[in-house]
Design a protein around this ligand. Structure first.
Ligand code: 0A1
Ligand code: ZN
Length: 867
């Protein structure tokens, strides 16, 4: 907490005053504290004009001594602040030695050096290193690190740090030590240290040029058998990066440590990744297909950072998307290459529309390259990550795949070992591809989701297609300029056959028209194929045209999107009617015909079938309105689901029969697709309480050999008032009591249960011994599951849901401000809701604002309350 949070501006960048060439760290781990001795080889930066004091960042530690060239400094030679150590008039070149003491046992912030269960581990991005020792905690100070660790040999038999272990041995008093050298220069945010009594699985990988890489994955003992999928995924990612980009791993070992308490998914520390167990553990009986995919993709993401992030890093944190946008893009392409490309892309599109677009339309909208921040940890956002990846995706499309890959290699060669900017990346892209990205760069600078309107007219065999763009104002950016927007289109004839090859139109002005000749009848337009740009398409297509695209479009994304647009038409009209207490709007016959056609002639890819039969999420429906009414949306969505379920009950019964499990669990496209369709059929049948559905779900639960089917059964039963529901939930809690990540599924299911007393039930669970307030995964499951996954409960009319979340934010903020701020982000967009829901959110924000808050949470709350 600081009473006076400092806002930092991108425009204020200044080069570091001093450079550090080498960092020698010595960690002496004791039961009640850890002493850190740091030795730096420092020299003045010839490019800096700064004089007098040199600032090293540091907080939450006790300084023992500071020396220059082995001479201890007197108190008047430096200044010690809460958050920094300032050295007065340092020489041109010197050795700085600092000794300080830290307390990992009581560090609940999960930044710096902290304990997670039996493991001591570190998290330094973005500014955690300054909780370990005094150092210029900024990514453009890159050094070569040597790390020595000593600790009790029994309690901490495994000692790890970045790079190669060059020495180790026994010490007196039952202690031991190990020394690590990392041969690559790195910023301090990529530093990592781990100590613990750990289990391990081991494998190896031989790179294309014959380097043998030792692969090790550590976890707390007893979990080793949940790590095989992560290890296999790592090897897939290593091979993919060689095959696709020609990038080989550059160290002799690649070590991963999975810890139970982690604020994010994982961290790409050089050669020593630290992961949330939720992104490593995957065994058929404990993890769902979605978990298996998550593990695969996060493991790949961290591996890809070794080049895009580590070998070439960011100059400052405003450039975060330089590494994250590019790495998420690489992860996306990797995932697409693992099978089911259409559905994988659809999921990426859904993330943009359901999570990123709302961020871009709310109080926290910011450009992919933000201009200012108070707390950097608040900017690990869906905008920086996913929208950043979509910006790269656009460049890749404009360049073409091969030219894009060549350009990335040029960028990595040109800037190897450097800390650079998004502008440096754009220049490298232009140099290599010959593209002109002048106007395109606005994607990095301007916040908000552009709306692209499509209008057509047909006359005398000619189609005129007009695209226009408009970007709504966002906080601090009221006037928007035109983006450079690639929009891929294709044209289909009345039978749904291609009438024109797909083509990319570049909309660079406010409005442009293209004409297409030679048609006997008006063609159907398929627009924004593959989601060529992160924009909102506004195109009023007829039901008949949508049904045609839904049946025939060769692009799975547009095929799915046509189905979504058809559903949305009914849903939006129905929500509006319910808001006005008018008679509910029923779906048109054409929608049922389109579903019948889909069921008669389903796509090969069963996951695509399931996606196409899944109604737009509540978030997606909400995006269609200026003022979101959670209850009207919930009612309309339920009504449409029931209407479809009634109409096709027999078809869903037979889909469920046809797609029931036959063989033992395997994670692959074919089998995961089968399970998806099966779960979807049960979900529709549950919506109308079809005869025997509860018993069917309960017996599926009892017989299932895997977590995906078991969760499908539980989700089917979740909202039912049936003794079987409570029986299987209790059974689940007993069977999986020793598996915290599985118990998170149990917590989440209950938080999401739609009941009038869900607020009270969440309060009871908060006090349950199976809940742990210091663990982020538990909190995300229970409070995140409630606030995001149970909108009617969270927005309950008396404001009790908002109040509950505010209470917990206040409690959490003192321990883990990062996570508290993330939860506060759910309350911030109150202006997007109808008054009856906005009032409770606003009251909760006001109450937060009146309390003493961390800088993290303060920044979010202030943004929410700002006029
Ligand atoms: N760089 C990581 C994300 C990350 C960021 C901050 C953290 O601190 C709690 C942890 C992880 C990634 O992109 O995977
Ligand atoms: Zn990342």
């Amino acid at each position: 907490m600081s009473g006076n949070p400092q806002r930092k501006y991108r425009a204020d960048y200044a080069v570091p005053a001093y450079l550090v060439d080498t960092v020698d760290l010595d960690f002496d781990i004791r039961d009640d504290h850890t002493t850190v001795r740091a030795v730096y080889a420092v020299r003045r930066n010839p490019e800096s004009t700064a004089t007098q004091q040199w600032q090293l960042d540091g907080r939450e530690m006790r300084l023992v001594s500071v020396a220059i060239d082995d001479r201890e400094l007197a108190e008047n030679e430096y200044e010690l602040r809460d958050d920094a150590l300032l050295i007065n008039n340092p020489p041109e070149q010197f050795t700085l030695t600092i000794e300080n003491s830290i307390d990992p046992e009581h560090n609940l912030s999960l930044e710096g050096f902290y304990r997670s269960g039996d493991i001591l581990c570190s998290q330094c991005e973005a500014n955690g290193f300054s909780r370990i020792t005094y150092f210029p905690d900024r990514p453009d100070v890159m050094a070569r690190y040597t790390t020595r660790i000593s600790a009790d040999a029994k309690r901490y038999p495994v000692l790890l740090a970045n790079g190669n272990c060059v020495d180790s041995g026994a010490l007196d008093g039952g202690r031991h030590y190990a020394v690590f050298e990392d041969p690559f220069d790195k910023p301090c945010y990529l530093f990592a240290i781990v100590a613990g009594d750990l289990g391990m699985i081991r494998d190896s990988y031989t790179t294309g040029s014959g380097r043998n890489v030792d692969l090790r994955l550590y976890t707390e003992h007893g979990n080793e058998d949940q790590c095989d999928h992560a290890m296999a995924s790592l090897k897939q990612a290593m091979a993919w990066d060689e095959d696709t980009y020609g990038l080989e791993y550059d160290l002799d070992s690649y070590v991963t440590v999975a810890v139970g308490s982690f604020n994010m998914g994982a961290m790409e520390n050089k050669g020593l990744n630290v992961f949330n167990t939720a992104c490593i553990f995957a065994r058929a009986d404990t993890a769902t297909d979605a978990d298996f995919a998550l593990v695969r993709d996060v493991v790949a993401h961290e591996y890809f950072h070794n080049y895009t992030g580590n070998r070439v890093t960011c100059r400052d944190w405003f450039q975060l998307s330089l590494k994250e946008g590019l790495t998420v893009y690489r992860e996306h392409q990797f995932a697409i290459d693992q099978g089911s490309p259409g559905v994988t892309r659809i999921r990426q599109v859904r993330t943009m529309r359901e999570i990123q677009f709302p961020e871009d339309g709310g109080p926290r909208a910011h450009p992919v390259r933000p201009e200012s921040y108070v707390e950097m940890n608040n900017f690990y956002t869906i905008t920086v990550y996913e929208k950043g990846a979509e910006v790269i995706h656009m460049i890749a499309q404009m360049a073409g795949r091969d030219a894009f890959i060549e350009a990335v290699c040029h960028y990595l060669d040109k800037h190897d070992g450097q800390a650079v900017t998004i502008e440096d990346f754009a220049v490298a892209m232009e140099e290599s591809t010959g593209l002109d990205l002048g106007q395109f760069r606005r994607w990095y600078a301007q916040a908000g989701t552009p709306r692209v309107r499509v209008a057509t007219s047909f006359d005398d065999g000619q189609l005129a297609l007009t695209l226009s763009q408009h970007t709504p104002a966002t906080p601090g950016q009221s006037d928007k300029v035109d983006f450079d927007i690639p929009v891929e289109i294709a044209l289909f004839d009345g039978e749904g056959q291609p009438a024109r090859e797909p083509e990319v139109l570049r909309l660079t002005e406010t409005q442009q028209t293209w004409t297409f000749d030679g048609f006997s009848t008006e063609p159907t337009v398929s627009a924004l194929r593959g989601f060529t740009a992160p924009v909102r398409l506004e195109y009023e297509q007829s039901d008949a045209a949508l049904a045609r695209l839904m049946a025939h479009d060769s692009d799975p994304v547009c095929r799915w999107d046509a189905a979504q647009a058809l559903y949305l038409k009914t849903l939006v009209a129905d929500v509006a009617a319910r808001r006005e207490s008018a008679a509910p709007v029923e779906a048109p016959g054409l929608l049922f015909d389109a579903i019948a056609t889909l069921l008669d002639d389903p796509p090969q890819d069963r996951e695509l079938l399931a996606e196409m039969l899944t109604l737009p999420s509540e978030a997606m429906i909400g995006e269609q309105f200026d003022a979101i009414d959670v209850f009207a949306i919930d009612a309309a969505r339920t009504a449409l689901k029931q209407a479809i379920a009634h109409r096709f009950a027999a078809r869903f019964e037979s889909l469920a029969d046809d797609h029931a499990a036959r063989d033992a669990y395997a994670f692959n496209v074919e089998e995961a697709g089968r399970r998806r369709v099966f779960a979807l059929a049960l979900d529709y049948l549950a919506a109308i309480d079809a005869p025997g559905i509860a018993a069917r779900a309960a017996s599926l639960y009892d017989a299932a050999d895997n977590m995906t089917d078991r969760m499908a059964a539980l989700e089917t039963l979740r909202d039912m008032d049936d003794p079987e529901r409570d029986r299987v939930l209790d059974d689940f809690a007993q069977v999986w009591a020793d598996y915290p990540l599985v118990m998170d599924k149990w917590l989440r299911l209950q938080a999401m249960t739609r009941r009038d007393d869900s607020v009270e039930r969440v309060r009871t669970l908060l006090a349950d011994e199976r809940f742990d307030f210091t663990n982020p995964n538990r909190i995300r499951a229970l409070l995140g599951g409630f606030a995001r996954g149970n909108r009617p409960g969270f927005h309950r009319a008396d404001g009790a849901g908002h109040a509950l979340v505010a209470d917990e934010i206040l409690r959490l903020d003192a321990l883990n401000p990062q996570l508290a701020a993330a939860l506060a982000g759910i309350l911030a967009p109150w202006r997007r809701h109808v008054a009856s829901q906005a009032d409770g959110m606003y009251a909760a924000l006001e109450r937060l604002s009146a309390a003493e808050l961390s800088d993290n949470t303060r920044e979010i709350v202030d943004a929410g309350l700002e006029r």
